[in-house]
Design a protein around this ligand. Structure first.
Ligand SMILES: [Zn+2]
Length: 73
């Protein structure tokens, strides 16, 4: 379930709410109970997305030398 980060304009607190995408635009009350909150668009995160994200291709060797097999030394 996606997590959305909100900021409360009443107390300035930021908090995350896990909710269905269908409810993403609904108002979210802050932990202190204020409902004057704004959604922070930059922090939408999908649970598990990192696990399936492409990982950088590992470089040959790993010793930092030239003997990764491509130079013939
Ligand atoms: Zn608040």
């Amino acid at each position: 379930m996606p997590r959305y980060e909100y900021r409360c304009r009443a107390c300035g607190d930021t908090f995350e709410v896990s909710r269905p995408m269908a409810a993403a635009s609904d108002a979210a009350a802050c932990p202190q109970g204020h409902d004057d909150t704004v959604k922070l668009l930059s922090t939408v995160a999908f649970t598990g997305a990192r696990a399936s994200a492409p990982v950088p291709r590992p470089t040959a060797g790993g010793g930092g030398g030239c003997c990764g097999g491509s130079c013939g030394c």
